[in-house]
Write a protein that binds this ligand. Structure first.
Ligand code: SAH
Ligand code: SF4
Ligand code: F3S
Length: 471
């Protein structure tokens, strides 16, 4: 890479955000095609990226931008990318390629790429070389530098790649523009130290670091005061929250503190790594009404041999101990999980262990993935003799088993009444809502109910969507 590529822009000072945003507000207005500069921020990947995009939007708003979903209307386009699987990366490459013609028609358009993909050197390099119409590439550690980077690329008229600067500092007070008005994300920590052998996240998100409890509490209070009714605490492994703090506060006690705040809201969290889940946490969930009776508890594989190869640090027995304790303590507990099918060296017998675990636990829903090798991870170098077509067959077998389990669970909810948060209206006039268990219930009602809690009796189960009526 040439010198321009790896710029080490050293601006930990947060005033930089506001100063550069102010300078940019005139520049962007001048360059805009319409009255107001229009920005398009497209987010790929998980909630962590959604939360980062909310910061990008907060800063863009400070620069005077309005927002659009139409690429042809935008003066600035940002793709916030995900590196978790090859498919996710391919989508980004395809969608960036398609911007070439738009840039040709509107030469003043600024195209920026950021997020997890950009933290991989080989990807940043490929983007820089293949897409000369991309002005700015920056990684997950450079979000707070976005205004400065944007300012440099425009005023100095050169292309910038800024990545890999993992200083371990948490940059607080970045302006944020949340997507929702009653459902919101609250990051409690960043990064990951677990190095599961298949996973790229620790390489692109850096080392685990927790936000100070006071800062989180203040943000939670602000969200509740602003009318947020469904708050999800975010981290790659929330159960290890606090390990980097002097106070050594645990996740269980942070969760309890937030749940004890005044206001009518419900609290969720993700993701829970089974290796760090404590009984204390389960007791906290059980004893606080505001904490949803839902735990997303990825087990990845039901085979102990594969769990070891994955470096997950628990076995099936330990996982089932947690599940059984949680089921005993938390009434109507809803469990969801992530699963990888076709990890290198996984046999059909190993896969059968995953199926048997699914049947034993009876998950509400599953996020299932076929293993995708990621450059730089240990699993990408492991022997992987099973062809993709075979893995796809296993994958379909798993989906079928889960479909029956989910249908059975939905069936068991018929005739019961649930407190739901109304989320949106469908084109056919029905409302969509969600139970504490994270299950969708649709019912007839007026649009004014959006963003409120209602009691709904489930009348019918259709696959895994429930129909209901207002009580
Ligand atoms: N921190 C979370 C997961 C984040 S990634 C946790 O530990 O549970 C979300 C999910 O993507 C993972 O749980 C895993 O199931 C899946 N995943 C990660 N890397 C993958 C890969 N290389 N191939 C296929 N699936 C993968
Ligand atoms: Fe990836 Fe494992 Fe970290 Fe989750 S805990 S982000 S799967 S390395
Ligand atoms: Fe993707 Fe990055 Fe999340 S790789 S899954 S967006 S942490």
């Amino acid at each position: 890479m040439d010198n321009q590529l790896n710029q080490n822009l050293n601006t930990a000072d947060l005033n930089g955000i506001h100063e550069y945003s102010e300078l940019l507000s005139d520049i962007l207005k001048f360059r805009a095609r319409g009255e107001v500069p229009m920005a398009l921020v497209r987010t790929y990947g998980c909630q962590q990226n959604v939360a980062d995009s909310e910061k990008l939007k907060g800063m863009l708003k400070e620069m005077g931008c309005d927002f659009t979903e139409d690429e042809n209307e935008a003066d600035i386009i940002i793709f916030n990318t995900c590196a978790i699987r090859e498919h996710a990366e391919d989508r980004v490459f395809g969608n960036v390629g398609a911007l070439k013609n738009i840039k040709r028609r509107h030469p003043s358009l600024i195209i920026a790429l950021c997020g997890c993909m950009m933290e991989q050197e080989h990807i940043a390099e490929r983007i820089y070389k293949s897409f000369s119409f991309v002005s700015l590439v920056f990684g997950t550690h450079e979000i707070h530098n976005f205004p400065k980077l944007l300012y440099s690329t425009i005023t100095e008229n050169h292309r910038i790649v800024a990545r890999g600067n993992d200083d371990g500092i948490i940059h607080e007070n970045i302006p944020t523009l949340r997507d929702g008005t009653f459902k919101g994300w609250l990051s409690i920590m960043y990064g990951c130290n677990n190095f599961c052998t298949y996973c790229i996240v620790p390489y692109v998100r850096g080392r685990e670091r927790s936000r100070e409890p006071e800062v989180i509490m203040q943000e939670a209070r602000d969200m509740i005061a602003a009318g947020y009714k469904d708050i999800t605490l975010l981290g790659q492994n929330v159960n290890s929250y606090g390990k980097t703090l002097e106070s050594k506060k645990t996740f269980a006690s942070l969760l309890a503190d937030i749940a004890e705040l005044d206001g009518d809201f419900r609290l969720r969290f993700m993701t829970s790594h089974p290796k760090d889940l404590s009984n204390e946490l389960i007791d906290v969930i059980a004893s606080h009404d505001k904490i949803c009776n839902h735990i997303h508890l990825p087990f990845q594989s039901g085979s102990d041999r594969i769990l070891k190869l994955m470096n997950r640090h628990y076995d099936r027995k330990r996982y089932m101990e947690i599940v059984n304790y949680a089921k005993e303590k938390i009434p109507n507990l809803s469990l969801t999980s992530d699963i990888i099918v076709g990890f290198p060296g996984e046999t059909y017998e190993d896969f059968q262990q995953t199926l048997s675990l699914i049947k034993e636990v009876e998950y509400t829903s599953l996020f299932t993935f076929i293993f995708s090798p990621r450059v730089g991870t240990p699993a990408a170098k492991m022997d992987d003799p099973i062809p993709y077509e075979e893995k796809s067959k296993w994958f379909s077998e798993l989906l079928k088993v889960q479909e029956e389990i989910a249908a059975k669970r939905c069936e068991s909810m018929v005739s019961k009444t649930y407190r739901v948060l109304v989320e949106s209206a469908k084109p056919n006039g029905e409302l969509t809502s969600r139970t504490e268990e994270n299950i969708i219930v649709e019912f007839e009602g007026s649009e004014d109910l959006i963003g409120t809690f209602q009691n709904v009796e489930v009348t019918k189960a259709r696959n895994w969507i429930l129909k209901g009526k207002l009580v």
